[in-house]
Design a protein around this ligand. Structure first.
Ligand code: WQD
Length: 340
């Protein structure tokens, strides 16, 4: 079975390709324009798995270029669509870049899925679609609040686009996976997150501060209504996220009676504050982290973590890694990255 991964050179995409190559006999092709990654990712994938990936350097907002890949690969049985910009603060500063990229690339993928009649789609969504909520943990039926950032809004609109599109054709099925906060790195220490510039996300910022690439971590806000005043998130190991994609796609392939468009939370169900994440890092790295408490960051929600019952029941997924293991894998990767 041939699977198309968009964003396959990226953080979650590359870990999912590794999971597929190590656990299935599926053939993988990847499309990535390296806007937040590099071609080197594919060499890391081959080093870990011993397998090559066919890949295309294409901007998915260009329909004619995107369509050429589908015309060359008429045997694609499923698409996992990761490719999107994903930084909350960057989307606040540059909303049009996010609306253009995230929405037009999805529209082009859906157009090709329809034209080439590809039955299965996994859409990379995000817990940011929930906005600021008071009832926690969130389930998939929790009503969505106002999105706190343009990034979050592109994921809310994206889910609706997938929903409306899939219902136009009874042969097509989709699962939208709402990731909480993917962190960590592959157990081999040979693949992980490679921020292109200064990282926006917490965990790479922690590891780059710890290794000396960055001077000091600023904790964005110490006055939230949480137990220690800092924001709470549901951090989930990127390899747990990867295994969920394989299970979700396998489910679409195997279960012809599966719901036409399902939405599934991918989180551990454990809320961890920024200070708790820092303490976990200090524990596993056995070193103090240089940080200070600063002002809040625009676009941040105060707290969010998942009820992941549906993932367990529908795709038989249970996250395996805890926050200490996530932090240790991220730290080992940062140290290896430094040697490359
Ligand atoms: C986490 C917490 C920050 C950096 C991410 C992805 C998004 C989506 C949801 C998948 C927040 C705080 C951060 C720093 C800090 N995931 N922080 N100092 O914003 O929750 O969104 O998860 O699709 O794509 O971006 O993640 O890591 O940026 O922030 O205090 O230097 O860490 O304020 O509370 P976020 P994040």
């Amino acid at each position: 079975m041939k699977i198309l991964i968009t964003g396959g050179a990226g953080y979650i995409g590359s870990h999912t390709i590794i999971e597929i190559l190590e656990n299935t006999n599926w053939e993988v092709i990847s499309i990535d324009n390296y806007s937040s990654s590099s071609e080197k990712t594919y060499q890391r994938i081959e080093k870990i798995t011993g397998k090559k990936v066919t890949y295309y350097n294409i901007d998915l907002t260009d329909l004619s270029l995107t369509e050429k890949v589908f015309a060359e690969n008429t045997d694609i049985a499923g698409i996992i669509h990761f490719a999107a910009f994903k930084s909350v603060p960057e989307s606040v500063e540059n909303p049009l870049m996010y609306y253009h990229n995230n929405l037009n690339s999805l529209i082009n993928i859906l157009k090709c899925q329809a034209k080439y009649n590809i039955p299965n789609l996994i859409f990379s969504s995000s817990c940011s679609v929930y906005g600021n909520l008071t009832e926690l943990p969130v389930t998939e039926t929790t009503p969505l609040n106002k999105p706190e950032s343009p990034y979050a809004y592109t994921k809310q609109i994206g889910e609706k686009m997938v929903d409306d599109f899939i219902k136009t054709n009874a042969n097509l099925k989709a699962i939208s996976l709402r990731y909480f906060n993917p962190v960590g790195a592959h157990k081999s220490g040979l693949n992980g997150e490679v921020p292109i510039a200064r990282p926006n996300n917490l965990v790479p910022y922690i590891t780059q501060t710890a290794i000396g690439k960055l001077e000091q971590l600023t904790v964005f806000g110490g006055d939230y209504a949480t137990n220690d005043g800092t924001c709470i998130r549901d951090y989930v190991h990127v390899c747990d996220i990867a295994s969920a994609h394989v299970k979700a796609l396998q489910k679409l392939v195997d279960d012809k009676n599966f719901e036409q468009h399902s939405i599934i939370n991918l989180g551990t169900g454990v809320g961890v504050s920024v200070l708790e994440a820092i303490k976990a890092f200090e524990k596993v790295s056995n070193q103090k982290l240089n940080y200070k408490i600063g002002p809040r960051r625009a676009g941040d929600v105060e707290a969010i973590y998942a009820n992941n019952t549906k993932a367990k029941e529908l795709i038989n997924w249970t996250p395996k890694f805890n926050i200490d293991e996530m932090m240790l894998s991220a730290w080992l990767w940062e140290q290896n990255l430094n040697k490359m």
